[in-house]
Design a protein around this ligand. Structure first.
Ligand code: SF4
Length: 483
């Protein structure tokens, strides 16, 4: 397909409509208010006697909605976008005969919409039904949201005087082909020490910030990158600097994602620091896939690292998998699930392959796998989790996901990761340290969130760490108006 022409008298909404077009047609070129596409969609918005009337047509089919103006600028803006997206969705659904699993939803966190329905006073079943009615979400996806929100409601919510603490280690041993994170390869390792120095300085400043704000640490998460790409002495140094924070946290997670970075010394450093949860991420049990996606380790190495961690006393090990990896079919994915079930981790995240613009897969012009096959893989993941006694507890979606599916975290009862839930639902303050880390301050009374970002370039971060400290102090110590 050479492209789609989208004519609209509200060009500000073209990005929203483009997201819906991608649900049906993938990454087709879009011509905004320009002829030349294989076919044209026309979106027209008009105000008539207190109503916003929106029509979308492809010439043969058309869809019209009428919404009353509420007078609340924020609500009206949301409804306006929704009307445009729904119009495009209905026309393309009819034109293509495709019904996307998440209906017209394109956002990252669909649980939010279910929570919003519950906050309106609806019971769970009615709230799910409303989600299906308004957005055409499938019964299967509405049900997983129901299960997730049910599990999340059993967890203790973050309090206003608490903050999660995040430390980013943006180094990896090699770059995975699907990766879009801002991580550097360890290479000769010359940046590791100065990076750890900068991080220790930021950690010291975070301790002062906690004292000055009265915030209490809640959940700690060290991610990246791959934290265990650091040599054991640096890992120990960073965790020792953070010890006063760790002592107060209810949960301490360190991603040990790449099995080829795990050894006894590093695991001991984590145990000595009181780490309660680690991730050992296989992604797949197939060595030929691992080689294809640039992960220079084997399934046997994953198994070794997992068993070593278990023998040394880790009692919460998480494992991540990806459905839809290049060259894999349903049988291969099922084999991976069986293999993982034999290892019996306490939690598992089933990701769906997404090809982000910044990934090597995108550079190689790799195509997303067949959507129906990936949907079956995702179903197989849910069934395997059930069989292991796990329940889904968080979910998020990304752009360019195979089959328009999602990423779901599953855990045995009592093993849901608080930090993951806090992040997905945006319910906690976050003090985030390291290159590319994003701190968040919640203003629950005013219903908004302010953020402060650390620079993502590793050298810049090292050189400008004092400035990063200052950004966080301004975020958390200054009065901010709800603007
Ligand atoms: S281990 Fe994770 S952060 Fe590192 S390259 Fe692979 S996907 Fe990216």
């Amino acid at each position: 397909m050479s492209g789609v022409s989208l004519f609209t008298n509200a060009p500000a909404l073209s990005g929203d409509m483009a997201e819906v077009i991608r649900l049906f047609l993938g990454n087709v070129p879009l011509l905004i208010n320009e002829p030349g596409g294989d076919f044209a969609l026309t979106h027209t918005e008009a105000l008539q006697e207190g109503l916003r009337v929106v029509t979308v047509t492809d010439g043969a089919r058309s869809h019209e909605t009428r919404e009353s103006l509420t007078g609340d600028a924020v609500v009206d803006k949301r409804l306006r976008r929704r009307q445009a997206k729904l119009g495009v969705y209905q026309v393309l659904k009819e034109r293509t005969g495709i019904t996307p699993p998440w209906g017209s939803l394109t956002g990252i966190r669909p649980t939010r919409l279910l929570y919003a329905n519950l906050e309106k006073g609806l019971e769970m079943e009615a709230a799910c039904a409303e989600l299906r009615r308004v957005f055409d979400v499938s019964a299967e996806k509405a049900d997983i949201l129901r299960q997730i929100v049910t599990v999340q409601r059993e967890l203790s919510l973050p309090r206003a005087d608490e903050a999660d603490i995040y430390i980013g280690i943006p180094f990896c041993v090699t770059r995975c082909a699907y990766c879009s994170f801002l991580s550097g390869e360890v290479g000769k390792g010359t940046l590791l020490r100065p990076y750890a120095d900068a991080l220790c300085l930021e950690i010291g400043a975070a301790l002062r910030l906690l004292e000055d704000t009265g915030l209490r640490p809640r959940a700690f998460y060290m991610g990246g990158g791959t934290p265990t790409a650091l040599p054991p002495e640096l890992l120990r140094r960073v965790l020792t600097a953070a010890a006063p924070i760790l002592a107060e946290c209810r949960e301490i997670t360190v991603e040990a994602g790449r099995p080829d970075t795990i050894d006894r010394d590093k695991l001991q450093a984590l145990l000595d620091a009181g780490v309660t949860r680690i991730s050992v991420n296989p992604q797949t049990a197939h060595d030929e896939t691992l080689a294809r996606i640039g992960r220079r380790h084997t399934a046997a190495q994953t198994e070794y690292a997992y068993r070593l961690a278990r023998d040394m006393g880790f009692d919460h090990i998480n494992m991540d998998l990806i459905a839809g990896l290049p060259g894999e079919n349903l049988g291969m994915f099922r084999h991976t699930l069986d293999w993982l079930g034999g290892l019996a981790p306490e939690s598992m995240t089933v990701h769906t392959l997404s090809i982000k613009r910044s990934s090597l897969l995108h550079l190689w012009q790799a195509q997303l796998p067949d959507g129906d096959m990936v949907a079956d893989m995702v179903r197989a993941g849910a069934a395997a989790a059930r069989q292991m006694g796990m329940r889904p507890y968080y979910l998020y979606r990304q752009k360019y996901m195979a089959g328009n599916q999602e990423n779901v975290g599953y855990a045995l009862p009592g093993h849901a990761c608080l930090y993951n839930v806090d992040m997905m639902e945006e319910t906690a303050n976050v003090i985030a340290l390291g290159a590319g880390a994003a701190s968040k301050r919640l203003f629950p009374q005013k219903g908004f969130i302010r953020r402060a970002f650390n620079v993502s370039d590793i050298r810049q971060y090292i050189d400008r760490v004092e400035e990063m400290v200052q950004r966080k102090r301004e975020l958390f110590l200054q009065d901010h108006d709800a603007k």
